[in-house]
Write a protein that binds this ligand. Structure first.
Ligand SMILES: [Fe+2]
Length: 369
């Protein structure tokens, strides 16, 4: 993985090292003009790095246009430049371990609570005391010791073929293991962190034996071997490969809100079910953020986090990427409003990380590849 900083406030079209030419020095007015007016102006134009310029360095697994726009907005408001390295959470965690105290990273952003928990366990994050963050992020969606905070909620829903499934006949995740669904379920591989965290929530809710039995039942009902991303599952349901898919809510929202008529049509072919509304509620995961253990710009990191948990940013996450905001009272995208209110599981998300290994082993034993 190469180090590739993406800058969200300035570009660097010109080399940034510059000095006053020898001959001009001490030559009266010309020297004065060069040293104090022309050169600083040129450097400003070139967007050169000023050592004293406030900056915050972000390691992020998120790769959405919304985020770039939000970082830019944060820079406008705060004067703090945001530099981003994008890679998978596993790569970023390995990199933080390798870099140790010399790491330039100030915050780690992941698309899953389990990875944030892992970063905390490995000593890669530090605790933050912020009344603003504690007030904005409900307790079950953040680390109990302040090591990480959820920014957006993603709900694991069931996407079903409208023409082949009666939604009243499928109301829980547990039912997917029943013989009625034989040959009808499509899913991603068990390596996928969304599935691992969902399994962790099933272990927490049902106990390990029942969770493993569930996995065996679902494997027996697969329409094909696990493959593809969440959008591929929706596509396969629409194409008739299977009738029901386990996917994150925002993938369907994105299709429905797309500019592309074909994507919108695909989105309309599936209905969605928020499972387990009569008991624990639908499984929730978060995309979240934590300050790194050796953050060189700790205060700027906290300012960025508080901005991302604030009203404006929360609305942007919800409207542009169809994720559910963590902050109470934030408006939802119309596509999400149309799905209505639902009950979501209030399991403390740190449990998803704590049960991660057990979840992986259960998938293995159940033959969910
Ligand atoms: Fe995703």
């Amino acid at each position: 993985m190469d180090r590739h900083w993406k800058d969200h406030s300035t570009s660097h079209p010109l080399p940034c090292s510059a000095s006053i030419p020898e001959r001009a020095r001490g030559s009266g007015l010309v020297g004065f003009l060069l040293a104090f007016i022309v050169l600083p102006f040129l450097l400003l134009l070139a967007g050169c790095e000023d050592e004293s310029e406030p900056v915050v360095n972000v390691y992020s697994h998120r790769h959405y246009d919304t985020d770039e726009a939000l970082f830019q907005r944060f820079s406008e408001l705060s004067g703090i430049r945001v530099r981003v390295v994008s890679a998978s959470a596993d790569e970023l965690i390995a990199r933080l371990e390798r870099e140790g105290p010399a790491s330039p990273a100030d915050v780690l952003i992941t698309v899953d609570a389990g990875r944030l928990h892992r970063a905390k366990e490995r000593g890669l994050l530090q605790p933050i005391e912020s009344q603003t963050l504690n007030a904005a992020v409900p307790a079950h969606l953040r680390d109990r010791d302040g090591y990480w905070f959820g920014l957006t909620q993603r709900i694991r829903i069931l996407a079903y073929a409208r023409d082949r499934v009666d939604p009243d006949s499928l109301t829980t995740y547990e039912e997917l293991a029943e013989p009625e669904w034989e040959g009808r379920i499509v899913a991603r591989t068990s390596e996928n962190i969304y599935n691992v965290s969902h399994m962790a929530s099933l272990v927490a809710a049902l106990g390990p034996e029942a969770a493993e039995e569930w996995a065996r039942g679902v494997v027996a009902n697969f329409a094909r071997s696990p493959q593809g991303n969440d959008t591929d599952q929706i596509r396969d349901v629409a194409a008739g490969v299977g009738d029901v898919a386990l996917v994150n809510s925002y993938y369907v929202g994105r299709l429905l809100g797309s500019d592309d008529p074909e994507a919108r049509e695909l989105g309309r072919q599936v209905g969605i079910i928020f499972p387990n509304q009569e008991d624990r509620g639908a499984h929730v995961n978060v995309s979240g953020i934590g300050v790194t253990a050796h953050a060189p710009n700790r205060e700027h990191a906290i300012a960025l986090m508080e901005f991302l948990a604030g009203e404006e940013a929360q609305r942007a996450f919800a409207e542009a990427n169809f994720e559910y905001p963590v902050r109470d009272g934030t408006s939802w995208a119309p596509e999400l409003q149309a799905w209505g209110e639902f009950r979501s599981d209030t399991l403390e998300l740190a449990r998803l990380g704590e049960l991660n290994n057990e979840a992986v082993q259960i998938f293995d034993r159940a033959g969910w590849r």
